[in-house]
Design a protein around this ligand. Structure first.
Ligand code: 6CS
Ligand code: FE
Length: 295
């Protein structure tokens, strides 16, 4: 679809409009109605609806994980001296931070993105067919791996990619053991029920710096304090092979990693086919396909 053919639709979740910070109650279901049988139990779906995430400890066996990890190493080696827009470096060094579109460019991770267990679990939550909106590996090597500041993914996908509604989720698969001390994902349970609009406006081409360090689309301190007062912070850290499913609007982030123990994860973002991207609500050009799939 060309830029001129992009749908323009009303903005249900305005953010970065230059107006003050506003909390908007979520207008969309968390678990969508669905008759599909799937791997998730009613209890697990209730936990996800209530908290905005679900932790599945040691979901993938060691032989799968060692295959993924050797792929991870070859992507790292290959990306080190390569120049491609999909390779994102750390803000203050040439160290690799993320590699995008691994479901498109790597056979093993393409296979993972189509794994029936993942797809069926995601369909149970989103209540429709799904497709990959974004995929990436986040490398957080020992000693030098840097943090990801607090954010809601949906805020960015809405403003910068034109994702209309909250009907998407991330699967984060741990490829190394996650401990409380090597920079695992932190989530604020219950925060997915509030949309916290962010201050400022989006600079043109923001993604060229935001994937290294996010400055726009970051909530204010007062909102974060209130969210944590209400929900606390959960840190679902476990063995390699553990999976976290989390709602597109849950507030999350992670600390840097000064331990010698690397923490690398593969992220697969699924969106509902009923929630295809429209024109970005920032009014700017859409981000490239390797960050936000439109085709
Ligand atoms: O801009 C994005 O789409 C990415 N940025 C962040 C901080 N999280 C989600 C997503 O991968
Ligand atoms: Fe995120």
């Amino acid at each position: 679809m060309s830029a001129t053919e992009m749908r323009t639709i009303p903005d249900e979740y305005p953010s970065r409009t230059g107006a003050g910070v506003k909390w908007i109650p979520r207008k969309d279901p968390v678990v969508y109605p669905n008759d599909d049988q799937g791997p998730l139990t009613g209890e697990q779906l209730d936990f996800y609806r209530e908290n905005g995430y679900l932790f599945l400890e040691s979901l993938f066996p060691e032989e799968d994980i060692s295959r993924f990890r050797s792929e991870l190493r070859s992507i790292w080696e290959h990306s080190r001296n390569a120049r491609a827009p999909e390779i994102i470096r750390e803000p203050e060094s040439e160290e690799i931070r993320s590699v995008f579109a691994v479901h498109r460019d790597n056979d093993v991770f393409r296979g993972l993105s189509r794994h029936p267990l993942l797809v069926q679990a995601v369909r149970q939550i989103l209540g429709s067919d799904v497709y990959i909106h974004q995929s990436r590996i986040n490398f957080k090597p020992g000693f030098t791996g840097k943090e990801f500041y607090w954010h809601s993914d949906f805020e960015t996908w809405h403003v910068e990619d034109g994702m209309p509604r909250m009907r998407a989720l991330s699967c984060s698969l741990a490829l190394e053991d996650n401990y409380p001390f090597n920079g695992p994902l932190m989530v604020i349970p219950g925060s997915h029920r509030h949309y916290v609009s962010c201050p400022g406006t989006t600079p043109e081409g923001n993604y060229k710096s935001s994937l290294r360090r996010q400055i726009y689309g970051v909530p204010d301190h007062e909102s974060l304090t209130r969210l944590v007062q209400e929900g606390g912070i959960d840190m679902p850290a476990g063995k390699a092979g553990s999976l976290i499913l989390f709602d597109c609007n849950i507030m999350h982030g992670s600390n840097s990693n000064i331990t010698p123990l690397p923490r690398s994860n593969v992220f697969l973002v699924y969106n509902s086919t009923e929630n295809r991207l429209a024109a970005p609500f920032s009014g700017q050009a859409p981000r490239p396909e390797y960050i936000a799939a439109r085709s």
